[in-house]
Structure formats: structure tokens, C-alpha cells
Design a binder for this molecule. Structure first.
Ligand code: HEC
Length: 281
């Protein structure tokens, strides 16, 4: 092959490789997590729960971990809402959400540094975070590289039973064995519940599902940069996105009080956890 020809072939090859890499990464627009009507209530409750955990965090590592993880969840709700609502740019609503995201990250940082007095103040004012001149609605990485050590464990810990430091699922079930997102997903995946049972737990299930979807956005960002043994970063991102989607399906199915859809979405979510754990844990 003549050398200009070889150059052209190499160029075309390189261009198609770059394209392949990009289309592999290209994602359809992600839906938001919290519907507008639930946004303020869920964020308000998260801030209260953080405040409460902070009163005991110094002595109780599980409460500290729950508060830390919950602050990141709020940042993820806010960022997903900016992204979905086309709120990028200068609109006031987007700026308010961006201010909330930034305040939640500041709170997470204070908890991470064990600055509890500061953290309590930040938790108290969190729902009312106001934008200022520095507020920017552009998408931010929610996790800094030096946050990531140990953070994944804190985040995953949110899914454990309440008695082990997890978020739990409301209303509190009679059996504490079922008071955790992981345990509840397995239970829901296992059999189709009567519609009346789903109706009774619809709001609590939807909340647990929103929490799991937000967590999936954070998990997405903690993936390995390079292949590590059998663990491929592409799979990591795929499982994180699948968990996000299954969680949003679950939230919707719970609110529609559709027992079979609840079962399917829970099964989908639970199988994503297991797929990732098989190669990553
Ligand atoms: C994309 C990968 C991935 C997905 C998806 C995932 N996990 Fe994990 N999970 C991990 C890794 C990695 C660890 C080990 C973290 C560590 O100890 O640093 C872990 C650890 C855990 C732990 C133990 C935490 C602790 O305190 O030691 C629990 C519980 C858990 N995951 C539950 C879940 C549940 C429930 C789901 C699905 C709803 C899920 N995970 C989805 C990767 C994942």
C-alpha cells in the first residue's frame, strides 16, 4: 500500500474507532428521579433525617454513614432534576436546584470531615438553599476522586437493614428483617403481593425506589477507570444505569399500585445488584 493510501486507511480506522467509543458511551437523555410534586417533601424529610442522625453521629458510625450517604442522595436528586427539566442555563428554578446540590455536597463534605456542629447547621438550612452569583447549573461530578475511597461502602450501606445502618423502608414493617431496601427488593421480587398490600406501602416503596435511583447515579460515578480482573468499567456503568431504570420503574409501579409491575421491577433491580456484586465484590 502506498503511504498516502496507508495514511488514509489509518485515518478512517481511527475515526471509526473514535466513533465506536463514542456511540458506546452515548446515552439517551436520562429521566429525572423525583417528580416535581414529591421533590420538596422528599428533600425536606432527608434533611430532617440527616439532622437527627447527626445528633448521634459522633458515637454511632452507622448514623454517621447514613447521614453522609443521604446528603449525597440529595445532591443526586437535585442534579438529576436540573438535567431532566432542561433547567441548564439561567432559569431561576434550575439555579435553585443547583444551589441545593451545592449545599448538599458541602454538607456531605462537613460530615466526611466529622465537623458535626457545622453539618447540623448545613442540614437545617439545606431545603432553603439559595442561589448566589457563584451558582452554576452546569452538570458537576458529584464525587471527587478523593471522596471515593470508602464512599461506595457508605452508599451501599444505605441499602442494608435499618438495624445495620440502612435507610429502612416506610412504613416500618412488623418484622425488622424486612426493614431494608435490599431485603425488601428480594421479598417483592419473590412473589406478587395483593393490590391492597401494595397500596398500603406505595409511598414508602416509591421513596425507597427514588433513593435507590439516586444511589445508582452516585454508584455510576464510583466505577473503576480501567478493567480490573473480570470487572469491566463498561459493565459497571451499564449495571448502574440498569439499576437506576429499574428503580424508577418500581417507583412508578408502586404509585400505580400495579402488583405485577412492582414484582417485575423489583426483580430487575435485585438482579442488577447481583450481577454487579458477582464480579465486583
Ligand atoms: C455497579 C456495581 C454495583 C451495583 C449495581 C450494586 N452494588 Fe452493592 N456493592 C458493590 C461493591 C463494589 C460493593 C463493595 C463495596 C466496599 O465494601 O467497598 C458493594 C457492597 C454492597 C453492600 C455491603 C455494604 C457494606 O456495608 O459492606 C450491600 C448491602 C450492597 N452492596 C447492596 C446492594 C444492593 C441491594 C444493590 C441493588 C439495589 C447493589 N448493592 C447494587 C457494587 C454494586
Amino acid at each position: 500500500m502506498s503511504s498516502p493510501m496507508r495514511g488514509a486507511v489509518i485515518c478512517i480506522l481511527a475515526a471509526s474507532l473514535a466513533l465506536a467509543a463514542r456511540s458506546d458511551e452515548a446515552e439517551p437523555a436520562l429521566p429525572g428521579i423525583l417528580p416535581g410534586a414529591a421533590f420538596e417533601r422528599v428533600v425536606g424529610e432527608a434533611a430532617k433525617a440527616i439532622e437527627q442522625d447527626l445528633t448521634i453521629a459522633e458515637k454511632d458510625p452507622q448514623a454517621r454513614r447514613r447521614a453522609h450517604g443521604t446528603a449525597f442522595l440529595v445532591a443526586a436528586y437535585a442534579q438529576a432534576s436540573i438535567r431532566q427539566g432542561n433547567m441548564k442555563g439561567d432559569g431561576e428554578e434550575g439555579r435553585v436546584r443547583a444551589a441545593l446540590r451545592d449545599a448538599a455536597l458541602k454538607l456531605a463534605e462537613a460530615i466526611g470531615e466529622n465537623k458535626y456542629a457545622e453539618a447540623v447547621d448545613l442540614a437545617r438550612t439545606l431545603p432553603k438553599a439559595k442561589p448566589d452569583a457563584a451558582t452554576n447549573t452546569a452538570e458537576l461530578p458529584l464525587l471527587k476522586p478523593d471522596d471515593q475511597d470508602g464512599l461506595l461502602e457508605d452508599l451501599m450501606g444505605l441499602l442494608k437493614k435499618r438495624a445495620l445502618g440502612g435507610l429502612g423502608v416506610k412504613p416500618k414493617p412488623a418484622d425488622p428483617k424486612h426493614d431494608g431496601i435490599e431485603a425488601r427488593l428480594d421479598l417483592l421480587a419473590d412473589r406478587t403481593l395483593p393490590k391492597a398490600d401494595i397500596a398500603k406501602q406505595a409511598d414508602g416503596l416509591a421513596l425507597a425506589a427514588y433513593q435507590t435511583a439516586a444511589l445508582a447515579d452516585l454508584v455510576y460515578a464510583t466505577g473503576p477507570e480501567k478493567k480490573r480482573g473480570a470487572l469491566d468499567p463498561k459493565d459497571w456503568r451499564r449495571w448502574s444505569r440498569a439499576l437506576r431504570q429499574a428503580s424508577l420503574d418500581l417507583a412508578d409501579a408502586a404509585q400505580m399500585k400495579d402488583p405485577e409491575r412492582v414484582r417485575k421491577a423489583a426483580e430487575q433491580a435485585a438482579s442488577t445488584c447481583k450481577d454487579c456484586h458477582k464480579v465486583s465484590r
